[in-house]
Design a protein around this ligand. Structure first.
Ligand SMILES: C[S@@+](CC[C@H](N)C(=O)[O-])C[C@H]1O[C@@H](n2cnc3c(N)ncnc32)[C@H](O)[C@@H]1O
Length: 292
């Protein structure tokens, strides 16, 4: 591959240098069998930026005025953005029933305050996960609260390291092919038709969402908000084990008392933390923070 693109062969020392840089900055671990994928991605960026050898391109990413911008371009190529609407039905249903219980519990307590629940999707890619959660929140039975004249609000924050993925998420425009897993009555209710077989998520849903660029390795720098649900799937599977533990500990600290943490089935094995308890369910990996 390198020869076709007129790039020098990449020896294992060079590969390890790039592997280390990506891991240090994003957590993503490229195994040796993804070397040709790395070379193809580097070749694309080097062609576009005019670099002819790995070393000068590498050094340009370490310092220089445009290094941060170019790094975001490269990261976008080196990270996997695959996602889809209602990807993990069991986990999404667990979130919906958790919030439904919160509504009932809140309605049983004497109060005239609105109930405001906040959800967080970490590694949200192009937005399908966030909008799946938003549709489920919109379908909740809020009558226990509204019968008392109380309001129910929800907000969902999606973070991702990739700027292009987030730009797409904010637009909420998807080809109908990508909407095959959305029930047809919800397509009518929550989406608007656009030309050329595209549909856009309606503003009523988009206004409940917020997409922010962020790195899960730097959660200590992010605003210290607490969340009722933290949802992270198909992100940590690309990370090494030690990183996963560290990030999940941050997630636990960001959960409100009684909050729910949902991970993908393969995201992390043997999570133990004094503040959380595993939810006993066959098809999901989820944890509840004490104190609800
Ligand atoms: C495979 S997608 C998963 C999307 C969605 N969660 C799902 O399960 O369908 C993984 C996403 O994680 C993002 N990502 C990778 N490393 C990250 C990091 N260090 N911080 C934030 N997002 C990251 C990638 O940009 C990508 O969009």
């Amino acid at each position: 591959m390198a020869a076709i693109l007129n790039l020098p062969e990449m020896d294992s020392k060079e590969f390890q240098r790039w592997q280390g840089l990506l891991e240090k900055r994003t957590g993503v671990w490229l195994s040796e069998n993804r070397k040709s994928f790395l070379i193809t991605s580097l070749a694309q960026r080097m062609r576009e930026t005019g670099f002819e050898d790995y070393d000068s391109y590498f050094r340009s990413l370490e310092s220089g005025v445009s290094s941060a911008v170019e790094w975001t371009n490269l990261v976008d190529l080196l990270t996997v953005h695959e996602t889809r609407f209602f990807r993990d039905q069991a986990s999404l249903q667990l979130v919906q029933s958790h919030i439904q219980k919160l509504i009932k519990k809140s309605a049983a307590e004497p109060s005239d305050k609105p109930l405001n629940v906040q959800l967080w999707s970490a590694g949200c890619s192009t937005g399908e996960e966030v909008y799946s959660l938003a549709l489920l929140m919109s379908e909740l039975d809020t009558s226990p609260l509204t019968n008392q004249g109380r309001h129910f609000y929800y907000g969902i924050t999606g973070i991702d390291i990739s700027f292009p993925a987030l730009a797409q998420a904010r637009e909420g425009i998807y080809h109908k092919r990508k909407l095959a897993t959305v029930p047809s009555n919800w397509l009518k209710q929550y989406f608007e038709e656009l030309p050329d077989d595209y549909m856009q998520v309606k503003n009523s849903i988009r206004h409940r969402t917020c997409f922010v660029q962020g790195n899960v390795l730097e959660l200590d720098k992010a605003p210290q908000q607490q969340y009722d649900v933290i949802y992270c799937q198909n992100v940590l599977i690309y990370f090494q084990n030690m990183r996963r533990q560290h990030i999940v500990t941050h997630f636990v600290e960001r959960l409100s008392p009684g909050g729910l943490l949902v991970l993908g089935p393969g995201e992390l094995n043997n999570l133990t933390h004094p503040l959380i308890e595993k939810v006993s369910t066959k098809h999901c990996q989820a944890y509840l923070r004490a104190g609800g």
